[in-house]
Design a protein around this ligand. Structure first.
Ligand code: A2P
Length: 336
């Protein structure tokens, strides 16, 4: 059986990656409909050696698609996801628009694929935030074995998480600064090249950024456990592809580091760098790959229930496109 698949945001960074991932993983696509705004309708997109024309989403009839992979921003999903769902197209939404609604499943297939069972509630399934996805894939086996009371996490996030204009801004700023020319910033609130910015998304009333609160809300929803406390700081760094995270856990039971490493060796989607003198990085390991790379696994020398990990993954792949396509794969395998 093959499926008609619409990709909304097809000309964007994640949309393009979704189309590439559908081809790479040989998803059973019958017709592919790349959708974007009228600005880029008529452009051509490559899929399995074929050129396919980008369509204006406003003109598209979602009754023609079985599955819709949406990645064109929250306001676009807010408008088109209900229209698509109503027309019978199952939406897998990569924006944060529906993630916190109780009747919308929020799914990382390696962690909580059973949550998919409720997809018919709204015909919408939410794909979590990139930083949360990689953290969940790595922490699930530890959560299952030891319980987790608290997660302290600092992120080092690539600019591609903010879309193609952000990637272009970092490249341009870097080139301009290297050439002694004046630098401009539009996407980022301050200079991004050769700098780090502890703000991702807008500030909330509690002084945390929305990106940080996403990690709190989504961790609890995905694990189905509001008792897991999350204390995040989300930082943008001048890296193009691949998010890194320094995670400091407080487990419910005392941890045995060697056992944790064994669990991680066997965990689906995880690649453990089991070497005390080596580590994964966004550029050398994660970028262009689908795994979640874990290294620097250490007992916290300041706390008997403490464990430190360094978690790295390609935010445009496992953090976005790959996870969305895996949701679609689980959906068709189990329910369609
Ligand atoms: P378009 O090329 O027509 O602007 P990124 O996250 O890399 O910035 O990409 C955003 C994606 O979302 C692009 O494919 C963009 O298409 C699409 N998009 C943005 N606004 C709209 C809209 N109002 N309607 C449909 N697609 C949109």
């Amino acid at each position: 059986q093959k499926f008609n698949v619409a990709v909304l945001g097809a000309t964007g960074l994640v949309g393009r990656q979704i189309i590439e991932t559908l081809a790479e993983r040989n998803f059973p696509v019958d017709n592919l409909y790349p959708l974007a705004s009228s600005r880029s309708a008529g452009e051509e997109i490559e899929f399995k050696g074929q050129s396919i024309e980008v369509l204006d989403v406003e003109q598209f009839d979602f009754a023609d698609a079985h599955i819709g992979l949406f990645s064109a921003g929250g306001s676009v999903s807010q408008k088109y996801a209900p229209i698509a769902a109503e027309a019978g197209c199952i939406v897998i939404d990569n924006t944060s628009e529906f993630r916190y609604e109780f009747d919308v499943p929020l799914v990382v297939p390696e962690v909580n694929s059973s949550a998919l069972a409720d997809f018919r509630n709204r015909n919408i399934i939410a794909n979590p935030n990139c930083s949360t996805i990689q953290m969940m894939v790595a922490l699930k086996p530890i959560y299952d074995a030891y319980g987790i009371d608290r997660i302290n996490v600092s992120t080092y996030q690539a600019v591609s998480g903010a879309g193609k204009e952000a990637v272009e801004e970092l490249a341009k700023q870097t080139a301009h600064l290297m050439n002694g020319r004046p630098m401009e910033n539009e996407v980022f609130s301050k200079q991004m090249a050769f700098n780090v910015i502890p703000q991702i998304d807008k500030f909330e009333d509690n002084g945390y950024t929305r990106e940080e609160m996403k990690m709190v809300w989504e961790t609890q929803k995905i694990l189905g456990d509001d008792s897991v406390l999350v204390n995040p700081t989300a930082v943008r760094v001048p890296v193009f592809y691949g998010h890194a995270e320094a995670v400091h856990l407080e487990t419910r039971m005392p941890v045995d580091v060697e056992h944790v490493k064994q669990l991680l060796e066997q965990a689906p989607g995880v690649e453990l760098i089991n070497d005390d003198h080596d580590f994964p990085t966004p550029v050398t390991d994660a970028s262009g790959n689908d795994s979640v790379y874990v290294g620097r696994v250490r007992q916290d020398i300041s706390h008997p229930h403490g464990l430190n990990l360094w978690i790295v993954s390609d935010n445009t792949r496992k953090g976005a496109a790959t996870n969305s396509v895996q949701i679609a794969e689980a959906l068709i395998a189990e329910y369609l």
